[in-house]
Design a protein around this ligand. Structure first.
Ligand code: B12
Ligand code: SF4
Length: 602
């Protein structure tokens, strides 16, 4: 029985690196189905035209089509259902995700192409549904569904949350898919479900609950190792709602990452009252480069109104500690809360200046089904659930008056100003190393800062220290290779890049950098081989693409060269164009992307 699990983002999101990736949950459902022997596969239709979607559906002819239905992508998600139904009236269409869950009855009533809604956590529900459909059994007794019946719909009994998250196989172990950029997709990891807080604008409390469930440290580590060995992933993003909430677990996991010898940098998001110095130090030791906190506002009144459950003192302390250990600091902020005054906004501006984030995102307050604010805001705006069918808006905007627009602009400007002035100085970088100790991440950051300040000799000493701390370190060799190449020593550069490949054989960038060094050494054939390996590993590797086209140019007779195309050899490629980006971990705010992220490696 063929099962297709599909996602398509809203039209405006297709050029956004984050929005166009599939939700993690679709991958876990796929893994569970495949583990149970079903012929399931993933389809990310975000960048497909509708005629390509039709062709894919016609070719695959799924018996079950599962679609992720969030609020922001509801138009696109429901259109997939319509297209599939039109092509094959017998296909069974089931939708899941937050929008589907919280508006299940409405979805069934107004979208005849949808046969069922999976309420909440979807892995076991879809597995049982697939079993029932394949055996021709009744589905009315499967917990966790909303189903249509004559004259309306009904819900089956609620499904109990999965007791043991370790039973879910790694999504990346089952990557049979179309349209999925695996390298980008699998860097998003979820290691827990639920959040202890109850912010009024968030649907997590209702969807996942306030009691947390965790994957074990071994299960997470096993996935990290698999990702590095199989896909050459060296940086990941833990997207748990509140990654650090359990102190003992956070410390245990971080120690395990350090001991694992993996070459890993990562980021995560959390709450300011779920960190302390010990946790942050160990996170930094384990390679955490960047943390994002939900701060929302600098006004006590607004925090209270949003039921954020944090104090400003906690914000200040968490941000100070984060800066003390040398992680990049991001804050998520909200403006346009009902009743927010100019003084409240000023308080937020003061807070930003005080905590000096490296970046952040401000969003006008937007409300989704399943949030505590939802019913109030519907009343306030005079709308009902039909809003989602008539409007193309990604969420229900609470305020759009001039004051709220001004507030948004002021906070956005303050974040930009802070980003420009909040960078760590060389002294701060030295102090981070003292606080955190001799570990790879702070030493790497220190070396990079020294390079930025035009001190390559001192930077080299830092990178050599990395190799003492972690012999064979990917980061040490990549950086030393780059320094050597910039100094004109391509032979030494190539040696370092080879060692980097030894550390993580499937890391595409190590191959493309080696290719660049070999090209400088005029070892064209070997260079071409390395570029091709890089492109096999990651079709979006820009250095390899460019390297191959430069090789073709090198091979052309000199007379046919176009003078204006001449440029310095590969130093330019490795140093200025692509080099710094591999360390800039993607975060959801339009920050620099990983190399080649713009092209979907399909
Ligand atoms: C990680 C994350 C992101 C990442 C996405 C990375 C990725 N590729 O997954 C990034 C940072 C990109 C992101 C962006 C945004 N996000 Co977000 N995000 C999350 C977060 C924190 C975790 C998602 C996750 O992985 N959960 C764990 C996995 C296992 O769950 P899942 O993917 O939802 O899938 C499970 C169920 O939903 C269900 N399911 C889902 N699909 C299907 C399909 C079928 C067929 C079935 C049976 C079941 C099913 O079963 C799955 C397995 O149990 C959630 C909050 C949360 N805890 O869920 C918010 C959340 C999903 N985000 C949300 C929002 C609003 C956004 C943004 C709009 C924020 C913004 N203002 O920009 C943008 C959306 C981008 C856009 N405009 O298109 C809302 C969505 C609300 C809604 N009703 O749509 C959430 C719920 C948070 C909230 N505010 O309440 N987000
Ligand atoms: S906004 Fe963050 S902290 Fe608040 S309930 Fe949602 S996930 Fe938890």
């Amino acid at each position: 029985m063929k099962i297709l699990l599909a996602y398509r983002c809203q039209y405006g999101g297709r050029n956004d690196f984050y929005t166009r990736q599939m939700p993690v949950g679709l991958g876990t459902i796929n893994a569970v189905l495949r583990d149970a022997g079903f012929d399931s596969r993933l389809a990310n239709f975000s960048r497909f035209t509708w005629s390509q979607v039709e062709s894919a559906l016609r070719e695959i002819r799924p018996r079950i089509l599962g679609i992720s239905l969030f609020t922001f992508n509801r138009g696109a998600a429901l259109k997939i259902a319509q297209v599939a139904r039109k092509m094959d009236p017998s296909v069974f269409v089931v939708v899941g995700g937050p929008h589907a869950t919280h508006l299940a009855e409405r979805v069934l009533a107004h979208h005849p192409a949808v046969d069922a809604v999976a309420i909440g956590e979807g892995e076991e529900t879809l597995l049982e549904l697939a079993r029932a459909l394949s055996l021709g059994r009744d589905r009315g007794s499967i917990p966790g569904l909303a189903l249509r019946r004559p004259g309306g719909s009904f819900r089956t009994p609620p499904r109990a949350p999965l007791a043991d998250l370790d039973r879910i196989p790694h999504p990346s172990a089952h990557y049979e898919s179309i349209g999925v950029d695996r390298f980008a997709q699998f860097e998003f990891l979820i290691t827990s479900r639920g959040c202890p807080a109850r912010c009024t604008f968030c649907s997590t409390p209702k969807f996942w609950g306030t009691r947390l469930r965790y994957r074990s440290a071994d299960h997470v580590l096993d996935e990290l190792r698999f990702l590095q060995e199989r896909f050459g992933l060296v940086s990941v993003s833990f997207r748990d709602d509140t990654f650090t909430v359990d102190k003992k677990r956070t410390l245990f996991l971080c120690r395990k990452i350090v001991d694992s010898g993996l070459h890993l940098l990562w980021d995560c998001q959390s709450r300011v009252n779920a960190v302390d110095e010990e946790r942050l130090i160990w996170m930094r030791r384990a390679g955490c480069q960047h943390i994002q906190y939900g701060v929302e506002s600098g006004s006590k009144a607004v925090l209270h109104q949003l039921n954020k459950g944090i104090h400003l003192e906690q914000v200040i302390q968490a941000c100070e500690l984060t800066r003390k250990v040398g992680m990049d600091l991001s804050v998520y902020l909200i403006t346009g809360v009902q009743g927010e005054t100019a003084e409240d906004v000023q308080a937020t501006l003061r807070l930003i200046r005080r905590v000096r984030p490296h970046d952040g995102i401000v969003s006008p307050l937007v409300v989704y089904p399943g949030t505590a604010l939802y019913e109030d805001v519907k009343r306030l705006k005079g709308v009902d659930d039909s809003f989602w069918d008539s409007s193309r808006s990604e969420g229900l905007l609470v305020r759009d008056d001039p004051d709220s627009i001004l507030a948004y602009r002021q906070v956005d400007a303050a974040l930009k100003e802070a980003a420009a002035t909040g960078l760590y100085s060389l002294d701060e970088r030295r102090e981070h190393k003292r606080v955190v100790g001799r570990f790879v991440a702070p030493t790497l950051s220190s070396g990079e800062a020294l390079e930025e300040w035009g001190k390559p000799g001192e930077a080299e000493a830092e990178y050599r220290e990395i190799l003492e701390i972690h012999p064979g370190s990917l980061w040490g060799h990549l950086r030393l290779g780059n320094l050597a190449e910039m100094g004109g020593d391509a032979v030494r550069a190539a040696e370092h890049y080879r060692q980097a490949i030894g550390a993580v054989p499937r890391y595409h960038l190590a191959h493309s950098l080696l290719g660049s060094a070999l090209r400088r050494l005029e070892k064209h054939e070997e260079a071409g081989d390395e570029f091709r390996i890089a492109l096999r590993l990651y079709p979006g590797d820009r250095i390899a693409c460019r390297g191959l086209s430069l090789l073709r140019r090198d091979r052309r007779p000199k007379t046919s060269r176009v003078p204006s195309l001449r440029r310095k050899p590969s130093t330019g490629l490795t140093a200025s164009l692509a080099w710094p980006s591999f360390l800039q971990h993607p975060i959801p705010d339009g920050q620099p992307r990983p190399p080649g992220a713009e092209s979907a490696g399909q």
